[in-house]
Design a protein around this ligand. Structure first.
Ligand SMILES: Nc1ncnc2c1ncn2[C@@H]1O[C@H](COP(=O)(O)OP(=O)(O)OP(=O)(O)O)[C@@H](O)[C@H]1O
Length: 299
């Protein structure tokens, strides 16, 4: 399958400040790729490099098999970009902004724009400064989608949208994907990545710490252990374990924690104490992502 996005050792320093270091990513045509990481991790810097808006300090970024910075005019024509902040020129009406954005692509997108505004319940007569954050986001969505681009680069697209509009937005995105579009989705909302993405990369402190299919990321030998009746003895259990526990929670219903060590060792230690019950479950993807957010090991 053809590569839609490719970076190799992509690095950007803002003066001496780290933006991103040695980012290696490949997004194949037709993929829905999730890009997640804590605040300041480097998501927007990576995106701005892909759009050719900033010059990398070193390494390369290619989109549609072209070097991003020197071919940005050509590349941007086939991209639907939603920046994380939906900011527009004050004084303009929604319809004018949408038309202006279509003109930049030298296309008449009016019929697609009307459909999108209708589905998103966007009042095109309003002035930008009269719009709520959610409604400004909708303007961004229409501008990103009306020209039916080959690639969507979406930087936290759902922040500010109410749940109904989030649902409509993803319905639209899935339709575009079914028609052949590739999607690069930066998000803080882990459930979005889990539901919609085929592959995901986690970035932390400017570096990619893990990149795999969402299915593979969900598979882990980490287990969540729930024990009832161990409130008094759990310090003794912890003391004997050779692997550290994570996310230890105690309550009057018992204790629970994430455990990645040898399960036989754990059961052997627990068997020395009197407990009421034990349950061993797989952690959900959100817990796995949080593990990488907080403790992230490098690839
Ligand atoms: N124009 C700039 N000048 C100096 N430093 C910058 C600039 N833009 C970003 N940075 C720094 O680069 C790092 C990565 O920032 P970036 O905005 O790419 O992160 P992010 O993952 O998009 O964060 P968030 O989730 O908060 O939007 C941060 O440490 C940030 O302070």
């Amino acid at each position: 399958m053809a590569k839609c996005i490719e970076t190799a050792n992509l690095t950007k320093f803002y003066g001496k400040a780290r933006g991103i270091t040695d980012i290696n990513l490949t997004v194949e045509e037709g993929e829905i790729f999730g890009f997640i990481g804590p605040n300041g991790a480097g998501k927007s810097t990576t995106i701005r490099s892909l759009l050719g808006l900033i010059t990398p300090t070193s390494g390369m970024a290619r989109v549609f098999d072209m070097e991003a910075r020197s071919n940005r005019t050509k590349i941007l024509n086939d991209i639907g970009y939603m920046p994380s902040e939906a900011m527009f020129y004050n004084g303009m009406r929604v319809a004018e902004i949408i038309k202006y954005s279509a003109d930049l692509h030298k296309m008449d997108c009016s019929s697609e724009a009307n459909i999108l505004c209708d589905r998103l319940k966007l009042d095109v007569k309003k002035k930008v400064e009269e719009l709520s954050l959610g409604n400004r986001k909708k303007v961004s969505i229409v501008c990103a989608m009306q020209h039916n681009p080959k690639l969507y680069i979406l930087d936290e697209p759902t922040s500010g949208l109410d749940p109904l509009m989030q649902k409509e937005f993803f319905a639209l995105l899935e339709e575009k994907h079914t028609s052949g579009a590739t999607i690069f989705l930066s998000s803080h909302v882990l459930s979005e990545i889990q539901h919609y993405c085929t592959k995901a990369a986690i970035i932390r402190e400017g570096k990619i710490i893990v990149c795999d299919t969402v299915e593979a990321l969900s598979k882990t030998n980490t287990r969540r252990i729930h024990i009832t009746g161990a409130e008094k003895v759990y310090p003794n259990i912890i003391e004997q374990l050779s692997s550290p526990l994570e996310d230890l929670q105690t309550s009057n219903r018992g204790i629970e924690f994430l455990y990645t060590g040898d399960i036989n060792e754990l059961l052997h230690i627990i068997s020395q104490f009197t407990i009421q019950d034990i349950r061993i479950t797989e952690p959900d993807l959100e817990e796995i992502f949080m593990h990488y957010y907080v403790n992230g090991e490098e690839q």
